[in-house]
Design a protein around this ligand. Structure first.
Ligand SMILES: NC(=O)C1=CN([C@@H]2O[C@H](COP(=O)(O)OP(=O)(O)OC[C@H]3O[C@@H](n4cnc5c(N)ncnc54)[C@H](OP(=O)(O)O)[C@@H]3O)[C@@H](O)[C@H]2O)C=CC1
Ligand SMILES: C[C@H]1O[C@H](OP(=O)(O)OP(=O)(O)OC[C@H]2O[C@@H](n3cnc4c(=O)[nH]c(N)nc43)[C@H](O)[C@@H]2O)[C@@H](O)[C@@H](O)C1=O
Length: 328
């Protein structure tokens, strides 16, 4: 049986990746600080090693004691972390969880090896603000490419917006909550905007497949095969929840009547963000049908206490907009 070590593993992407690896007969070790509940406590095929990934000695101790065949690094936000991990785990196959944010140019679609990545200055590489997130993730990609040149079997996977059970970002939860609790829901713009998303289970399978058969020094995008516009997203949520929703689109001027702007809404992006997944598909990866992923996501949302309230632009403001639109 192969052994896999996951840096992270208890929250969302890592949690689903542990499940994916267990389903494919791996012996799994999760390496984290122990600040979050371990959903695999009691599972004798999952070992927990406590440590901070910024403590290189702790990472080295884990590398020696586990001697993993495969390492999946879920929690690298700084290029230095990727450099350290590719040295410590130089004998393993190593997969870095990168991001679609690595891309620095708005091509449609964004393609690996073709669409330019964000640049990253030394100052940005150690900056801790969200503004440099994409630059830091891109520099992590370059650390993977450099490690591969030294002979390390290192790869990167770039997910777009990830959704599904246990999504602590709660972005899709906001829209699910709106559809489940209101008959009429305001969507910014004309409802046709595209921001590529990916089901978390398909990110997990991508990480395993790239770990098993990806080429060292390569990056692989991962995204749902079928993209939904924001309007279609709400309609699909309603369909799987067996309810009805009236999607009311509101442009900038209409939103302004409620003191709102399009950017007040989560998962709205004016320019399309689409990633090609052809390279990953060539490795045999497949995307789960959207009806199934949304049904699983909505079912788990209903069991959870997540409501995406932090993204709520205010129902009162939304109702003012609906009122104004009714008079037109
Ligand atoms: N959500 C999205 O839409 C997207 C996410 N990504 C990437 O996905 C990754 C996040 O995945 P996520 O779902 O959080 O993964 P996990 O499910 O692995 O959860 C995060 C894990 O990391 C552990 N952790 C956090 N800090 C440290 C540390 N310093 N040392 C050791 N362990 C640590 C946490 O446990 P503990 O706190 O106990 O240590 C937890 O187990 C990031 O790399 C992000 O860039 C990329 C594109 C899209
Ligand atoms: C525009 C852009 O948008 C998307 O990019 P993404 O990767 O999903 O970015 P995100 O904001 O979702 O970050 C992912 C997680 O990561 C945490 N997070 C970030 N920065 C640090 C950070 O520095 N430290 C910690 N601890 N957490 C952080 C952050 O809180 C969140 O939980 C893709 O569509 C993508 O394709 C795209 O193009």
């Amino acid at each position: 049986m192969d052994t896999a070590l996951i840096v992270g593993g208890t929250r969302f992407i890592g949690r689903h990746t542990v499940r994916e690896l267990l389903d494919h007969e791996y012996e799994v070790t999760i390496f984290n600080r122990g600040n979050h509940e371990n959903p695999f406590a009691g599972n004798d095929r999952v070992t927990h090693v406590e440590g901070d990934r910024n403590d290189e000695t702790a990472l080295e101790t884990a590398a020696v004691s586990v001697d993993p065949d495969l390492v999946i690094d879920c929690i690298a936000y700084y290029p230095e972390q990727v450099r350290a991990a590719t040295e410590v785990f130089a004998d393993a196959r190593y997969v870095y969880v990168s991001s679609g944010s690595s891309y620095g140019v708005e091509h449609v679609p964004k393609r690996e090896g073709e669409t330019p990545l964000e640049a990253c200055t030394p100052e940005q590489a150690t900056d801790d603000s969200p503004a440099t997130y994409g630059a830091r993730k891109a520099e992590g990609d370059r650390a993977v490419f450099e490690a591969a040149e030294r002979g390390v079997e290192a790869m990167a996977v770039r997910p777009c917006i990830v959704y599904g059970p246990y999504d602590y970002t709660e972005r899709l939860d906001y829209w699910i909550d709106r559809v489940l609790n209101h008959d009429r829901v305001v969507v910014p713009g004309d409802g046709q905007h595209l921001w590529h998303r990916v089901y978390v289970g398909d990110v997990a399978s991508a990480l395993r497949i790239v770990g098993e058969s990806g080429t060292a020094g390569e990056a692989y995008n991962v995204g749902d095969r079928q993209l939904l516009t924001l309007e279609e997203t709400l309609e699909t949520i309603a369909e799987v929840a067996k309810t009805e929703v009236e999607v009311v689109t509101a442009g900038e001027r209409e939103l302004a009547t409620g003191g709102l702007s399009p950017d007040d809404f989560t998962l709205y992006r004016e320019y399309p963000h689409v990633m090609s997944t052809a390279k990953l598909s060539d490795l045999g990866w497949e995307s789960t049908p959207i009806g199934e992923t949304m049904a699983r996501t909505v079912a788990e949302h209903e069991e959870s206490d997540r409501d995406g309230a932090e993204y709520d632009p205010g129902r009162e403001a939304e109702e003012r907009v609906l009122g104004v639109l009714d008079t037109l």
